[in-house]
Design a protein around this ligand. Structure first.
Ligand code: G6P
Length: 616
């Protein structure tokens, strides 16, 4: 949600800033802009729409400077207009700023600044912060304060309530850049005589793999030769330089039409990576290095609480099912945003897990902080090393699936399902699951990449189905037990990327309402595993067919259907219950992907969405 990039070095800043924006575009694509220090002033270009529009706009300018900032926007305060696009420049022309986050008290600051003669050309909270820095800078200039650029940013931030990741440049501090964060991610890339700050590693990885993950409340001051980090209270912070383990290849399309397609097809390898080194030597259970929790503590847990948003919440629901089914421990899965304000009663010794691909979702972060405030231990299942959630939890499990760039989550989701299944095994083996059952379970997990490969081979068949159904405007996705969350996920994917109205429902609940929607115009996608409720699912399909509803059935190989019941059939391999949700996810991902392609939608950048939602 909004992406920022800042550059200080010897190269032409504009090239690096635009290249960085292209890699961050998944974070927002309402408008884009860049500002570069040049001569005595700031060269500025900004434009509504995609980074592509900015590239055209930038051609009208002559960018030569080596210090600059850039931004891709997901609108919060103020509509999608050129004026509201970042960077914002202070009314005295000295300061330019890009911002990811929300300054909540911007109205009162704005009033104060208007009183001091500052003028505003946008409706944004960001322009207010920019002018506040300019105000402190002007004051410091008068008093002759030497480090006044850095100091004025710090002073302004002390008054700012809300969240921010910012990068700031100043006409009177050539070659300098100040960046800071509170509640929005910010990473410093440390290159060879060059520095890049960005909201995400993807924007800087082609220049350096050495990074500093900045923490909330930290301010970094960069010059062409060095950087230093301090707090808002001017205390020095020792920088820890980490090495990113993936390279630029992982953030490239590599011949795929979209990142979503690439990430769907990467799933066998991604699942291998999520499992690697995480089984016991005797092959009967899963082990995790980062839980920071011994077996005795684990035994005492009387309830698990899983929290997440969007797709991650669906993974929480599957974890709930599997842990209750195999470990017989009560589990609650809740939307992080609801949990945070619901203030429901909790049991004596619950263990919290937050699930988040990005590790930056503000609702999930808020829920994590609320649980911690109440004194509970919170662990994370997270894909982004160094993310805020990873840092604030008491431990956790990294997903290790590499960067996920498509806005609609795919490989991160199946990896969360896998880790949920491994956790269920871990807990079950500490309780009543036998060694033999544990070995069978582990073998099933190890076999999942191959099962996923087999489903992926059906892509052409699923594509053909998608093309036949792409004109419909309503879909139902129906499943039961552990596949009910997959029905939710299928419906969410279709909504997100093809703008088709879709609902996920427990199949048996269909007759209590959604059945009213059934007609030849509303296809139903059924998830039908071989199980003891196969016949019940068959009855639900019959009810749809009786009302002339088209049916797309995703079923276990070998399941027999009476003639005419499944208009379309997609098969999945017979598999262990623990991996069934993963295997059943692949067809719904492919179906929604190919439907969106058939409708000509911009799959990787669906309208109104952002990959990482850092506002409430
Ligand atoms: C946004 C994305 C969803 C994602 C959700 C949670 O809404 O559009 O695809 O599932 O955030 O993201 P997280 O990074 O916390 O898993």
């Amino acid at each position: 949600m909004c992406g920022i990039v800042g550059y200080v070095g010897r190269q032409k800043a504009s090239t690096i800033l635009i290249e960085g924006l292209k890699r961050l575009e998944y974070r927002g694509y309402d408008s884009a802009g860049l500002a570069v220090l040049q001569g005595d002033g700031i060269e500025l270009a900004k434009k509504t729409g995609r980074v592509g529009n900015l590239v055209k706009e930038a051609k009208k300018h002559r960018f030569t400077g080596t210090t600059g900032i850039s931004h891709t926007r997901w609108a919060t305060h103020g509509g999608v207009t050129d004026a509201n696009a970042h960077p914002h420049v202070s009314s005295d022309g000295r300061i330019a700023l890009v911002h990811n986050g929300v300054i909540e008290n911007y109205l009162s600051i704005k009033k104060f600044l208007i009183g001091k003669g500052y003028t505003f050309s946008s409706e944004t909270d960001t322009e207010v912060l920019c002018n506040l820095i300019a105000y402190h800078f002007a004051k410091a200039t008068k008093t002759g304060d030497e480090s006044h650029f850095l100091g004025s940013v710090r002073k302004a931030l002390r008054h700012a309530e809300g969240t921010y990741g910012i990068a700031v440049i100043c006409t009177e501090a050539p070659g300098e850049l100040v960046a800071a964060r509170k509640g929005s991610p910010l990473i410093l890339g440390v290159g060879d005589n060059e520095f890049i700050v960005a909201s995400d590693v993807a924007a800087l990885i082609s220049h350096t793999q050495n990074v500093v993950y900045l923490k909330d409340g930290e301010v970094v001051h960069i010059t062409p030769k060095e950087f230093s980090i301090t707090t808002l209270d001017e205390e020095d912070v020792e920088a820890v330089v980490d090495r990113v383990t993936w390279d630029i290849e992982a953030a490239e399309l590599n011949g795929h039409a979209h990142f979503m397609e690439k990430e769907i097809f990467e799933q066998p390898a991604a699942l291998e990576n999520s499992m690697r080194g995480r089984f016991s030597e005797d092959g009967s259970t899963a082990k995790f290095g980062g839980l920071n929790l011994g077996p005795v503590e684990f035994r005492q847990i009387d309830r698990f609480v899983f929290l997440g948003c969007g797709t991650a919440w669906h993974a929480c629901l599957v974890a709930e099912h599997l842990i209750e089914r195999f470990a017989r421990v009560p589990v609650e899965a809740d939307y992080a945003s609801e949990f945070r304000y619901r203030n429901g009663p909790l049991s004596g010794n619950p263990l919290f897990f937050v699930m988040s691909q990005s590790g930056e979702t503000i609702d999930t972060l808020g829920a994590l902080r609320e649980a911690k405030r109440k004194g509970y231990k919170v662990l994370a299942i997270n894909n982004t090393v160094g993310s805020t959630i990873a840092r604030e939890t008491d431990g956790g499990i990294y997903q290790h699936v590499g960067p996920e760039i498509g806005v609609a989550s795919t490989k991160a989701f199946t990896s969360q399902l896998l880790i949920g299944a491994m956790l269920a095994l871990h807990v079950a083996r500490m309780r009543d699951m036998s060694f033999a059952d544990g070995v069978e379970y582990v073998n099933a997990l190890k076999g999942v990449p191959d099962l996923v490969r087999r489903v992926l081979e059906q892509a052409p068949h699923i594509k053909a189905i998608a093309q036949r159904y792409a004109h419909h405007t309503d879909f139902l996705f129906l499943g039961r037990l552990s596949l009910f969350p997959i029905a939710l996920e299928g419906a969410l994917k279709l909504k997100e990327i093809s703008y088709i109205h879709a609902e996920g429902y427990p199949a048996a609940e269909m007759k209590h309402g959604p059945i009213a929607l059934i007609s030849e115009k509303c296809p139903s996608v059924f998830l039908v595993p071989k199980s003891e409720i196969f016949n019940k699912l068959l009855s639900s399909i019959q009810e749809v067919k009786a009302r002339r509803g088209p049916t797309i059935v995703i079923a276990t190989e070998g399941c027999e259907f009476p003639p005419g019941l499944a208009d379309e059939l997609i098969t999945i391999p017979d598999c262990h219950e623990a991996v069934l949700p993963i295997v059943a996810t692949i067809p719904v991902q492919l179906l929604s992907y190919y439907i969106a392609c058939a409708r000509g939608c911009d799959v990787d950048k669906p309208r109104n969405l952002a990959k990482s939602v850092t506002v409430e």
